[in-house]
Design a protein around this ligand. Structure first.
Ligand SMILES: CC(C)(COP(=O)(O)OP(=O)(O)OC[C@H]1O[C@@H](n2cnc3c(N)ncnc32)[C@H](O)[C@@H]1OP(=O)(O)O)[C@@H](O)C(=O)NCCC(=O)NCCS
Length: 328
């Protein structure tokens, strides 16, 4: 039996106009542009206005991906949304997105894998495409991280921004044939990044809200060590999965420029083969890889990579990590 082949048919992304610069943050907490740029590479991030929410960003990014793919919402067989900032805990934000795009009875669900949300969702999509169950799957990564960022905590508030990115994977694809993918998790790192209250373990109360227990807490140094080693492992893993191909580019989760540079050096990858846009968006968790992919593609980053391997990789809360290998 011939294996079913599939890849990317369209990409799209969207971010709010409002920019939160390092100078703005310096007026809010004890930090400086110099410290933030040196330690993270971030210059500004996008912040969602109060009247908009995660589903609004998803609809914008998804519609751009559908337009790019030349498909109607009714052509989509499945929607998977990677996010840790859904509009509400119940029901799934993806159902609202499906309805607003004009889908009819299309299955849709949210997937929470922290910053790995988009690559995890891509792996899920790949299973349905490879099995022949579906022909067109819309995968979205979107976060309104500003809604759960503690702007009194200088160790975390400098990192996060809001955005959404989307990819239509299809058996009738244009480029980026999806060859392999991976997903992994290690709950020993459950306490490295978390929201203390707001779930079943510690429901919200007035006291917990006042103590900002619904805001994100991160242990940055632990993430740092974990992210460098995982990124190297993930890229090497996809190279091993696809031995005949030259590694053309890596589109990583935009976690911190120093982390990305350190992994790039360990991989022996040329600097112009690693796509980064963290300076303009900060860390947008599940949105970061699809936003980077969309920008890179529209900007011509992949123009000379025909037939080469492009690896998307991410790592985040859980701890989770995962990758997707594409033949461009
Ligand atoms: C958060 C992060 C930028 C911190 O950088 P770092 O080099 O590890 O810095 P450290 O935490 O070791 O802190 C160094 C010093 O800077 C201080 N500091 C922390 N945040 C600061 C800020 N915004 N401005 C100025 N100083 C700051 C610390 O208090 C510490 O001071 P001390 O030495 O007097 O104790 C970095 O660890 C990181 O990016 N980690 C990844 C986090 C992430 O993105 N997680 C999201 C999920 S993937």
């Amino acid at each position: 039996m011939t294996a079913i082949r599939f890849g990317i048919r369209g990409t799209g992304s969207w971010a709010p106009d409002k920019r939160l610069t390092n100078a703005d943050l310096s007026a809010m907490v004890d930090t400086s542009d110099e410290w933030i740029v040196q330690r993270t590479g971030i210059k500004e991030r996008r912040i969602l206005p109060p009247e908009l929410t995660t589903s609004d960003m998803c609809v914008q990014a998804a519609q751009r991906a559908l337009d790019d793919a030349g498909l109607a919402a009714t052509d989509i067989d499945l929607i998977v949304l990677g996010t840790v900032t859904p509009d509400q805990q119940v029901p799934a934000t993806s159902c609202k997105v499906a309805q607003r795009l004009g889908c009819e009875s299309t299955p849709a669900f949210d997937l929470a894998a922290g910053c790995s949300g988009f690559v995890y969702a891509s792996s899920v999509a790949a299973q349905f495409l490879r099995a022949g169950t579906y022909r067109n799957v819309l995968v979205i990564g979107a976060e309104a991280l500003s809604r759960i960022t503690n702007y009194n905590d200088r160790t975390s508030c400098i990192l996060f921004g809001d955005a959404a990115g989307a990819v239509v994977y299809s058996t009738d694809f244009e480029y980026g044939e999806l060859l392999s993918s991976s997903m992994q998790a290690d709950g020993n790192g459950y306490d490295v990044m978390y929201q203390r209250a707001g779930g079943a373990q510690r429901p919200l109360s007035a006291e917990r809200l006042a103590a900002a227990e619904h805001k994100l807490v991160i242990h940055g140094r632990e993430v740092y060590r974990f992210a460098v080693s995982r990124m190297v492992e993930l890229v090497k893993g996809e190279q091993a999965n696809n031995p005949g191909l030259t590694l053309g580019a890596v589109v990583p989760h935009q976690v911190n420029l120093r982390i990305l540079e350190s992994a790039r050096e360990k991989l022996g990858l040329a600097s112009d083969r690693l796509y980064t846009n963290i300076d303009r968006y900060g860390n947008t968790s599940a949105a970061s890889v699809p936003v980077a992919l969309d920008e890179a593609r529209r900007g011509g980053f992949f123009h000379d990579l025909d037939g080469q391997l492009v690896v998307m990789c991410a790592f985040g809360a859980g701890l989770t990590w995962g990758s997707v290998a594409l033949k461009w």
